[in-house]
Design a binder for this molecule. Structure first.
Ligand code: NAP
Length: 278
């Protein structure tokens, strides 16, 4: 019998815990969200983040630029945002701006997306102090913890190797003593690897690409993907209807990793503020 891994109840519990932590601080945590351009989906997304942050008591500001040069953006981050607890940059940035250059201008202690090379390096070296993990890998671990799913000793197959999701997730699960296989677009045939996963995590960005024949019996399946299918319906990377007949645990999309990821951003923001204020 399959168990649905419900992200909404975990997100709700996290929100309540965060409110309590914020109340204990001397001043509200501050989060700046930088958006370059006016992509409608991004605009909705960042406005939503601001509202959710404010519900918790986080002073959230959106800095939206229709156009800005790389030099001016660096100047803005280094000068105007230097006192903020936390900064995130809505990606992707326009091609005229180097993403890594901008990320490296955010101080590691403000980098709540965990993308600064110092945060990446510290994580790889196994440091636990003063490190930020990106929010989606945190959400994956959170959901496994909440449902008491043992990670140690399992074979975790991760499909995707982005800096925001797949790569840090592999580091995280390896540090929790899983054995890792990391797949990507050149892993051929993909099913050869995915069928081996006791834990299978899909972070690809292709609607329902993981079909039931690619999944091990009784696997734990975490679907990070957020896609629109041909009918415009929100769906994951996993063919949920068929795969749920075969696996032991599965996250739905929507209602799985997504709601927890948002809370992990606020968790990192509150943590950044606590580190500064305490
Ligand atoms: P990304 O940067 O585009 O990375 C996608 C990864 O999937 C790449 O490593 C790519 O391989 C791999 N890939 C692409 N096609 C593949 C194929 N046919 N077979 C095997 N691997 C393939 O995307 P991302 O930022 O990691 O996001 C992945 C998905 O998660 C997206 O749907 C995104 O919307 C979603 N997401 C959801 C949340 C949430 O909160 N739920 C948060 C973040 C992202 P190469 O490296 O070889 O190109």
């Amino acid at each position: 019998m399959v168990t649905l891994l419900d992200g909404t109840i975990i997100a709700q519990a996290l929100r309540e815990k965060l409110k309590t932590r914020v109340e204990k601080l001397l001043r509200p945590p501050t989060l700046s969200i930088i958006q370059v351009g006016s992509d409608p989906a991004s605009t909705v997304y960042v406005k939503n983040q601001k509202l959710k942050g404010e519900e918790i008591g986080i002073d959230t500001k959106i800095h939206q630029f229709n156009e800005i040069t790389e030099v001016d953006l660096i100047h803005f981050i280094s000068n105007e945002l230097k006192n903020d607890d936390a900064i995130i940059v809505q990606l992707p940035l326009p091609k005229s701006i180097r993403t890594q250059k901008i990320i490296s201008m955010i101080r590691p202690d403000q980098d709540v997306d965990g993308l600064h090379f110092i945060n990446v390096g510290r994580r790889r070296l196994g440091y636990v102090e003063d490190v930020f993990w990106p929010c989606t890998p945190l959400a994956c671990i959170e959901i496994l913890n909440y449902y008491n799913i043992e990670i140690e000793g399992k074979h975790a197959v991760i499909v995707g190797r982005s800096n925001l999701v797949g790569r840090p997730l592999a580091t995280f699960l390896e540090q929790r003593n899983a054995t890792i296989t990391q797949c990507h677009s050149r892993s051929k045939p993909l099913s050869k690897y995915t069928v081996q996963g006791d834990i299978l995590i899909a972070a690809i960005g292709k609607a329902r690409i993981i079909t039931s024949d690619m999944v091990k019996e009784e696997a734990i399946v975490i679907d990070v993907g957020m896609n629109r299918d041909e009918k415009g319906k929100l769906c994951g990377d996993v063919d949920f209807k068929k795969v749920k007949e075969k696996c032991s645990f599965i996250t739905p999309v929507p209602g799985g990793i997504g709601p927890i990821t948002v809370m992990e951003l606020f968790d990192n923001t509150v943590l950044a503020s606590e580190r500064k204020q305490n």
